[in-house]
Design a protein around this ligand. Structure first.
Ligand code: ZN
Length: 339
């Protein structure tokens, strides 16, 4: 029995498009463009692009992106990967997804400008949503470890592409070495432009990073926020302001953010009344999908059926969609329960 309620929409609000590249596609693009890959079979590539067991830290996890980045050779390859992300979402039974990516990070290897990368992603997502019944929006990421200057370029690209499917902006990467305080001006400009705000915080840094993201960066949602549990005043802040926490338990185990599923704070967050959502983070690197995370929530985190339903409902409420579209998603699922 699947733990996913068929009368509620299935939504993923935290998935990195550039962390979900099929090994088959890396191989195909590599062959087509004469890229030197570390192996010439899917099984040979697997240890380079997927986590085997657990990585010792977030930055060791991020090292897996190096293989995936070899596939971002040009705009057509990037558009293909974006389109395949929509196909993957459809196969998982997802009705609505917010895909995020760092255009400077994706464009780094082959010297593609962030705006060209983001436009290519928008094009691929549009092609995918024309083929499959999935609603999708994009979130631009500023990769904090690329520095403030590159982050301005990433923000400019996101603002430029707001009419093409980009709805929000995020801050990700090396949280421990690049605190959010360096990016206050970036977020002010993002808010002025009308971008919705989510921030990776409390993953590789402590609860003060979560507070900073909410109070100084204007985060409406927090990516992970796992360490918020260490400070009751930060927990209270998240609850009072209705800040959603995007929870990705398998990613947190694999990056050693938490030592085990049993130690994951998701059930505590939910029972404390936080707006908890469940998401996949980097399904390609983690070798998972969203239904897998729902099974984890049931079998490893011990959530009840009612709590699992709450995750699905919270994801509707926390989606960067107008209220009317949130209601439409709910009505569509009720009218035609999915498998
Ligand atoms: Zn993430």
């Amino acid at each position: 029995m699947t733990p996913i309620a068929p009368d509620l929409p299935l939504i993923d609000l935290h998935r990195h498009l550039d962390g979900n590249v099929r090994l088959e596609t890396i191989l195909a693009i590599g062959r087509e463009h004469g890229v030197r890959l570390p192996a010439d079979t899917v099984d040979g590539l697997r240890p380079y692009g997927q986590i085997q067991g657990v990585a010792p830290s977030l930055m060791d996890f991020i090292a897996k992106f190096e293989l995936l980045k070899l596939a971002f050779v040009d705009e057509d390859a990037i558009a293909r990967i974006a389109e395949e992300n929509i196909e993957d979402a459809h196969r998982e039974g997802i009705h609505y997804i917010e895909l995020r990516l760092s255009p400077a990070f994706m464009g780094e290897r082959y010297g593609l400008h962030p705006e060209r990368v983001l436009r290519a992603c928008c094009r691929g997502v549009a092609a995918g949503t024309a083929k499959y019944p999935v609603r999708a929006q994009l979130i631009g990421i500023m990769s904090r470890h690329l520095g403030e200057e590159r982050c301005w370029q990433e923000l400019d690209a996101a603002i430029t592409c707001m009419g093409e499917g980009v709805i929000g902006i995020d801050l990700a990467g090396d949280e421990a070495s690049f605190p959010g305080s360096r990016f206050v001006r970036h977020f002010r400009r993002a808010r002025e432009a009308g971008l919705r705000i989510t921030v990776h915080a409390g993953e590789a840094a402590g609860p003060e990073s979560v507070r900073q993201a909410v109070e100084e960066l204007g985060a409406e949602r927090i990516g992970h926020g796992v360490h918020a549990i260490e400070d009751p005043t930060v927990m209270a802040l998240l609850k009072e302001r209705g800040i959603a926490v995007e929870q990705c338990p398998t990613s947190n185990v694999q990056t050693s953010t938490v030592p085990s599923y049993a130690a994951h704070p998701l059930p505590h967050f939910l029972r404390q009344g936080l707006l908890v959502t469940l998401a996949s983070d980097d399904p390609g690197i983690s070798a998972i999908d969203l239904p897998h995370e729902y099974r984890v929530a049931r079998d490893e985190l011990g959530l009840t059926t009612a709590e699992l339903r709450a995750l699905q409902l919270n994801s509707v409420r926390a989606a960067f969609l107008p209220e009317a579209e949130q209601q439409a998603l709910l009505a569509a699922a009720r009218a035609a329960p999915h498998a």
